[in-house]
Structure formats: C-alpha cells, structure tokens
Design a binder for this molecule. Sequence first.
Ligand code: ADP
Ligand code: MG
Ligand code: MG
Length: 204
Amino acid sequence: MEMHVQDAIQWFQKTNEKIQQNKDYLTSLDQPIGDGDHGINMARGFQEVEKKLKGAEYTVVSDVLKDVAMTLMSKVGGASGPLFGTAFLKMSMATKGAATIDIATLAKGLEAATEGIKQRGKATEQEKTMIDVWSPVAYHVKEATSIQSEVLKEVAKQAMDNTKDMMATKGRGAYFKEKSIGHIDAGAASTYYIFEALAETLKN
Ligand code: ADP
Ligand code: MG
Ligand code: MG
C-alpha cells in the first residue's frame, strides 16, 4: 500500500461524495440525541474541502491533510469541526514530509489523529463518540500487515454499529443519559464514511 498525493485527494473527494449522499441520514442520527445539524455541518465542511483541494497543488500528502484540517476547523460549526480538524492536523504532523504514505506511516497518522481527538474532546473510548470508530480503525491498521479494503470497511462499520448500544457520556448525547442508548452516534457514522472512502481509495 502506498498513498500518493492523488490518492489523498481522491480520499477526500470520495468522502465528500458520501457525506453529501448521506447528509439527511447523518442529520437524522443527530436528531434524537443531539441538535439535528450533523449532516448539515459535515456537508458544508466537506464541500469546502473539495473546493480547497481542487484549487491547490500539492507535492506531499501531509499538506493535503493540513488543508483538510484547516478547512474543517474553519467551516464546520459545532463540536465536530474542531475535532475532525484536530484529527487531520495531527495526522498531517505525524506524516509530515513523506511524499507517499506506507502502511506504517498511515498507522502512525491514524494513531496521532485518534489521540488528538481524545485530547481535544477530553474523551476516550466507549463514550459514544467518533472516537469509537477512529480508535478501532487506527488499531486495525497498526496491527495489519496489508490493507484489505473489505476488512478495513468492515472494521469501521462494526465500530459504528457498536456505538448503538453505548450510553453517551460526552457531547450533546450525554444530556440524554440512558435514553442515548439505542441510537448510532452521528459522528461515528460520518467517521465510517471517511474510512469507507479510504478503503475504496486504497483498493485502486
Ligand atoms: P454539535 O454536537 O455541536 O451539534 P455535531 O452535531 O456536528 O456538533 O457533531 C456531533 C458529534 O461530535 C457527535 O456525534 C460525536 O461523535 C462528536 N463529539 C461531540 N463531542 C465530542 C467529544 N467531547 N469528544 C469526541 N467526539 C465528540
Ligand atoms: Mg449536532
Ligand atoms: Mg450543533
């Protein structure tokens, strides 16, 4: 596996496609245990990401990731913007200067991203947030000897589904206490699309 600049750009184009297609679904997940804006927030942010990447030239993947981070931080309202922004910024820093990303570098990047979200959100696993998808995916890539698209997708999907039975203790979901159980977390779902897009990108 090698991720080049063009792959990284494709990763975020595909992510944007999925977020736009599932905008209403993401918002519907944020309705019972949030404020019903997650799809709107993410659709706005990733639209801007696509625009930003289209208008720039890159020689290293870390610069793509940095622009993704900065765009999400400035364009996405709500908790998720700074959290996804931090994730991609940490990933950019951990992969800085590498013209292509191999599996070990990707693992390092995903680990740094996960740690970044945890710090920024003062949260950890099992609190029913996006961390519950980032963390198992980062672990999977760290342990894997090669990237298998279908396996990566399945790990992310299972992780997203697992948030359904969790009780939220961070974010708006925490206000709902026990009532948050039984719903998939919205940020976990959008994180799933991010990794579904990555899996599809690395397949080619
Ligand atoms: P807001 O809650 O401000 O409306 P969004 O709806 O865009 O923001 O995003 C909500 C998502 O952000 C949640 O579903 C959850 O995955 C994630 N989230 C919220 N707070 C935290 C936190 N402290 N740590 C990690 N993730 C969080
Ligand atoms: Mg919301
Ligand atoms: Mg909001």
